[in-house]
Design a protein around this ligand. Sequence first.
Ligand code: ACO
Length: 438
Amino acid sequence: MSAHRPSPPADKVALTYGKRTWRYPVLTGSEGEKAVDISTLRQDTGLITLDPGYVNTGACTSDITFIDGERGILRHRGYSIEDLAEHCVFLEVAYLLILGKLPNRQEWQSFSDLMNRHSMIHEDMRDFFLNYPEGAHPMAVLSAMVVSLSSFYPEIEQEDPNEPIDITATRLLSKLRTIAAFSYKKSIGEPFVYPSCRMSYCENFLNMMFSSPVNDYTPDPVVVRALNLFLILHADHEQNCSTSVVRIVGSAGSSLYASISAGICALWGPLHGGANQAVIEMLERILREDRGKVDKVIARAKQRDARTRLMGFGHRIYKTYDPRAKIAKEVCTRLLSRLGMRNDPILEIAMELEEKALADSYFQERHLYPNVDFYTGIAYRAMGIPTNMFTVMFAIGRLPGWIAHWMENRRDPRQKIGRPRQIYVGPTARPFIPMDQR
Ligand code: ACO
C-alpha cells in the first residue's frame, strides 16, 4: 500500500513578510482535514516554523488510520474501531494494518501458518535473557531483544516482491510475543515455555506466560477474547510519539528491527504507553493509603504540574471520550464480572475517580477524558499479568501499527530523512579560552 495523495489544492493561504506575499496551497485529506503545504517556505522566505511537540505539524500523508478527536472517531483503513473490536481477532487487524485489506479465508490460513512457523526465537538468544539482572524492566529487555533480532535474521531485511506477506514483519509479529513471555519467565525465575503450533496467537501468549512444568495451564476463552480485544485497541493510532519515532528512525534507512526497538523505548515513557503501569500504581496507592484519597489525587492533578497529573486522563488528539477507552471500560467490567471479580476495589476506585474528574470543571474546561490506558491495566491485572508487563502488552498490540507506518514511510517517494530545524538561542561567536586561562 502506498499513501494516497491529498486532493489537488483548491485554496491557498497567503503569507506576507516584509514587502512580499507568498501563497501556499491548502491540501485536503479524504476525510476533509486541511493542511497548508509549506514545503517550500524556507526556500521562498528564509523562515522556518516553530512548533514544539509538533502540535500543528503534519509530517506525512497516510492511508492507515483516521482519527477525529473532536467526535471520538477512530478507523483503520476505513473500518471503525468498534466493528474491528467486535468482529475480529488481533491478527486480522494486524493483517489489515500491514497489508491494507482484511484477509479472506485462504489469506488468513497462510498468514496463520507463517506466524506459527516463525514463532520461535533462535536458541542462542535464550542466553541473552539469562544475563539480565533480576528486576530488569521487561521493556528494556524487549527493546534490546528486538534490535538483536537483526543480527540473528539479517537476511530478512530486504523485501521480497515474490512474497505476498512480508516475512520480516511476520517474524517480528510472531517473535515479539515469544520474547515478551520469555522476559516474564526470566523475571520470575521459571523455565521458558515454547510456542505451540496447536494454539492461536493469544492462547499461545497466555500459555507461554502461565504454564509451567508443574502447572497444566489451559487458557480461559474469556481471557483469550479479552486479550484479543485489548491488543486490537492498541493496534495503531496514527502519528503518536512512538510511531513517529519508528518513522523517523526508519527514514534514516535503519532496519525495521532498529526502528521498532526505538519505538518500544518511546512507548515506555509514562506520558505515552507507560501510563497503563502508572495508572495501576496510582490506583493501588489510593487503595493502600486511604480510600478518601480520590479527592486528594484530583486536587493534586489540578496543580498543573506534569508530575502530579491524573494518569490515564487527557490526550493530544481526543477532546472527547477516547473511543478505545469506552470499549476498554466495557470489556474490563465484563471480564472482571466473568472472572468473579465484580467487586474489585481497584475497579471501584477507578470508576469513582473517573466520575469525580468528569464532573470537575478543571477537567471539563480542558476536555480531559479517560484515555485507552485508564482501564486496560485493570483488565491485565485481572488476567494475572504483572504490572511491569503492562507496557509490554501495549507494545505487542502496537507492533502492527509501527510496522505499517515504517513500510508506508519507506515506500512513499516524497519522504525524506526526518530532520527538524531549530532556532538557536545560545551564545554568539566568541574567542576560544585555553584551559589554564578559564
Ligand atoms: N491531569 C491533569 N491535568 C492535565 C492532564 C492530566 N492527566 N492532562 C493534561 N492536563 C492539563 C495540562 O496541565 C494543561 O493545562 P493548562 O492548559 O492549564 O496548562 C492542559 O490540560 C493541556 O495539557 P497539555 O499537556 O498541553 O496536553 P498535551 O496534548 O501536550 O498532553 C498528554 C497530552 C501527554 C496525554 C497529557 O494529557 C498527560 O500527561 N496525560 C497523563 C498521562 C497519560 O495518561 N498518557 C497516556 C496518553 S494515551 C497514550 O499515549 C497511549
